[in-house]
Design a protein around this ligand. Structure first.
Ligand SMILES: [Zn+2]
Length: 274
């Protein structure tokens, strides 16, 4: 009897362990692709606007405008949307929708569009994805929807969610986008009231942290620099501290979205980090 029970238990445990590899195999594929979302101007003297402490005077950095496509199984998140197609010399050469088409991703597959913050070089093509659920910091959403204040950016960018019935999730904190911890929108206020960064946990490349505009270039990140255009200096410093702790604890690759040197850590389009 005892032996029978033991073999039954053993049998049961074999079944449990036998199922484990199948479950692991069905974990959704997560990839990260960078998208060009604006045309770079000449290297910028970052001492002019990018420091409120007179740092970096004379330092010239090649800034860039990057967006990201994160695949999670059959669903996608677009992170930031760069400049609009009609932004003059800084306009993207190819729209996000055309880049997605080159990857054979349909707009219907884009379940979420996440905006790091409300500045014009991050929201320019958001309204080309009106079917996606908009993820945006609660503080930024409050500013964008404040009808008494002068608009920060053209109201047309957010019209699908402000007046068109689109789904929006104003985030007061972090958001586990797909529910399994692989893609996390992280609360990093300061640059704007609801500024967020992004963590993507990849199988081969490992953990990748994408800054939003927590920092604009590497020297600025390394020295905890804050630009002159910033909402809350103390909050920015606290967010930079939190971001750096996460980067250290997760041994993450940090991508500063506006720094061409950092964006180059990811494979060139149409390649994807896995
Ligand atoms: Zn920016």
């Amino acid at each position: 009897m005892r032996r029978q029970l033991a073999s039954l238990l053993f049998g049961a445990s074999t079944v449990v362990f036998g199922n484990a590899p199948a479950a692991a195999q069905s974990a959704p594929v997560v990839t990260l692709t960078r998208l060009e979302c604006g045309t770079n101007a000449a290297p910028t003297d970052v001492g002019a606007r990018f420091s409120d402490t007179y740092a970096y005077n004379g330092l010239k950095v090649q800034l860039t405008y990057s967006c990201y496509l994160i695949r999670h199984g059959d669903d996608y998140l677009v992170w930031d949307t760069g400049f609009p197609m009609a932004a003059g010399p800084t306009s993207p050469t190819t729209s996000i929708l055309d880049l997605l088409a080159q990857l054979k991703v349909t707009p219907a597959q884009v379940k979420y569009v996440g905006i790091s913050h409300y500045h014009g070089d991050h929201v320019g093509q958001v309204n080309t994805l009106p079917q996606a659920t908009l993820l945006i910091g609660k503080g930024d959403w409050a500013v964008l929807t404040d009808t008494k204040a002068a608009p920060i950016v053209s109201p047309a960018f957010f019209a699908p969610w402000v007046s068109g019935g689109g789904k929006v999730e104003p985030l007061a904190g972090d958001k586990d986008v797909f529910g399994d911890g692989t893609v996390m929108v992280l609360n990093m206020p300061g640059h704007t009231p609801g500024h967020h960064s992004l963590l993507v946990r990849l199988k081969e490349m490992g953990n990748v942290l994408i800054t939003g505009d927590l920092a604009h270039f590497r020297e600025n990140y390394d020295t905890d620099g804050v630009p002159t255009f910033n909402t809350d200096r103390a909050a920015s410093l606290a967010s930079i501290d939190r971001f750096k702790q996460i980067a250290k604890n997760l041994k993450a690759t940090v991508i500063i979205q506006h720094d061409a040197r950092d964006v180059g850590k990811l494979p060139a389009f149409p390649g994807a980090a896995k």
